[in-house]
Design a protein around this ligand. Structure first.
Ligand SMILES: C[S@@+](CC[C@H](N)C(=O)[O-])C[C@H]1O[C@@H](n2cnc3c(N)ncnc32)[C@H](O)[C@@H]1O
Length: 274
């Protein structure tokens, strides 16, 4: 058993992991990530901190988001089977194992050192799979990633935790280093970010020290404003995939809510190229 005692932004990946594990136990799962359920079993953490109705009801949105990332990643790799994949802020996500990867793909999972230390207790590097312990704000974080192939950069649940200037610096390092490729990332609406900033102190009292979101996305063009070498291509509203939600009450809520832009767009996945 791997013992964990994270606080701050690192702890957020325990939430997404636990929610993906919960999805995998549904009779009709959205993502069906059996690796997540297995990882939860192998980590010594007081999961009761997360196993609360207010957190658990997000499992559908988290699974829908991961599924959208999986689909767009698979689409990129079908067009570029020799690509390099750089997954930033991987947490304990197992996309590299979930997807049916072409044998020519090289995959790099990057997160903060204590998260990677935990990850190494569960998974091992392989010939075409490597973990990197670094902060995305570190100017040298991408130095080990080969730059000879098209790159797919995945950032699920990351950019909102960074300050906008950190996002701009990260995007500049990506477009400076790699010859071209795609970025898949997600963003929350500005009202959501403001709400987390205001409610942060209550969150920590009710649940635990959940960090606030600092960089929201108004729309996909934000990424072009952050870096003019990047072109926005596509966006997918997570709530609009309500037909996949197994819980009838939540499905009805999402179906009703998507009529309102503030709800529909509260969590979106974006795809951009450079
Ligand atoms: C919400 S979790 C998402 C994890 C994973 N992508 C998933 O979907 O389960 C946020 C992750 O961002 C990572 N993170 C936050 N700031 C980071 C930074 N500056 N550099 C690298 N990783 C960071 C955290 O350690 C955490 O694993």
């Amino acid at each position: 058993m791997a013992k964990v005692d994270f606080t701050g932004v690192q702890s957020t990946m325990l939430v997404t992991l636990f929610l993906r594990a919960a999805d995998s136990k549904e009779s009709r799962p959205i993502l069906g990530d059996r690796f997540a359920a297995d990882a939860v079993e192998r980590i010594d953490f007081d999961w009761r901190k997360i196993d609360k109705p207010a957190i658990m009801r997000n499992r559908f949105a988290v699974a829908l988001r991961s599924r959208q990332f999986d689909e767009w990643a698979a689409d990129f790799l079908s067009r570029h089977p020799d690509a390099t994949v750089l997954q930033l802020a991987c947490g304990l996500d197992t996309r590299a194992f979930r997807l049916d990867l072409p044998g020519t793909v090289r995959w790099f999972d990057l997160d903060l050192p204590d998260v990677i230390a935990l990850r190494r207790k569960l998974y091992a590097d392989g010939e075409r799979y490597r973990m990197i312990a670094a902060s995305v704000t570190d100017p040298g974080a991408l130095d080990e990633i080969p730059d000879d192939k098209p790159v797919l950069v995945i950032a699920e649940g990351l950019l909102m935790y960074l300050r906008e200037d950190e996002v701009c610096q990260l995007l500049r390092r990506i477009t400076d280093r790699f010859p071209g490729g795609e970025l898949i990332f997600d963003g929350v609406m500005p009202w959501i970010a403001r709400t987390t900033q205001v409610l942060k102190k209550y969150f920590s009292r009710w649940f635990y020290d959940y960090p606030a979101y600092w960089t929201p996305m108004r729309d996909g063009r934000d990424v072009e404003r952050w870096n003019p070498r990047i072109r926005f291509r596509d966006e997918a509203a997570i709530m609009a995939r309500y037909d996949q939600v197994p819980d009838p009450g939540v499905r009805r809520l999402y179906r009703f809510g998507v009529r309102f832009a503030g709800f529909r767009n509260y969590l979106r996945v974006f795809r951009a190229e450079f």
